[in-house]
Ligand binder design. Structure first.
Ligand code: FAD
Length: 182
């Protein structure tokens, strides 16, 4: 067995990946595991400094038709709708899908990022306060990096789901310019 502890630290994973690389050589996958772990570490340390500011201003706006369409996978944007259906059905989403779903809610649907973060918190089986709220702040451009870093979700869909297989798997409704009524 590789580790004695039930709970792994990022340092243990880092060292194990480095050991693996020494034996088998550096590859794209080993590079990315370390790279992404650094993001996780970053959000955890940032959250300790943010304190309650991590969650944004106190008063939350109410729900909206755009928000409900997003939650239910009925925005009319198949790549996003598939992600939201996968999230609601399984409690999990890839990092790529999380980034696109968050960006779409904030940039295209103009919904307050905190409501999106709460929905993710409600759905995710791997919910983690620092990673979830830190990533949402980052996508919304209200974190430590104030740059607006939204995605062009049409381009992302063309690149990551060129034949629409992901959208079809989750039976996301076909592309429409107007969000359906929830
Ligand atoms: C809006 C949003 C919300 C998120 N909410 C959570 C959450 O609640 N809990 C959670 O664990 N992760 C969260 N993430 C980070 C990331 O999406 C998941 O950790 C990742 O999907 C897990 O898949 P994986 O193990 O295949 O990751 P891989 O791509 O294989 O990466 C390896 C490891 O690096 C870490 N990691 C990867 N990407 C990130 C990232 N962007 N931020 C922080 N850590 C990362 C994870 O520990 C992951 O297991 C969120 C990302 C976004 C954009």
């Amino acid at each position: 067995m590789l580790f004695d502890d039930v709970c792994l630290s990022a340092r243990q994973i880092h060292d194990a990946v480095r050991d693996w690389e020494r034996e088998y050589g550096v590859c794209e996958s080993s590079y990315w595991v370390i790279f992404e772990l650094l993001w996780r570490e970053y959000f955890h340390w940032a959250a300790r400094q943010e304190g309650r500011d991590l969650f944004g201003k106190r008063l939350l706006p109410g729900s909206s038709a755009n928000f409900l369409a997003w939650c239910r996978g009925k925005t009319g944007m198949p790549f996003i709708d598939a992600a939201m259906r996968e999230l609601a059905s399984t409690g999990w989403l890839s990092n790529r899908a999380r980034q696109n779903a968050a960006s779409f809610l904030v940039r295209d649907l103009n919904v307050d990022w905190r409501i999106g973060a709460i929905w993710f918190e409600h759905c995710l089986i791997d919910h983690d306060v620092a990673s979830n709220w830190g990533n949402w702040r980052y996508v919304a451009g209200v974190g430590r990096d104030p740059r607006q870093c939204g995605f062009d979700v049409h381009k992302q869909a063309e690149y990551y789901d060129p034949d629409g297989a992901y959208a079809a798997l989750w039976q996301a409704p076909a592309l429409s310019t107007h969000p359906e009524e929830p």
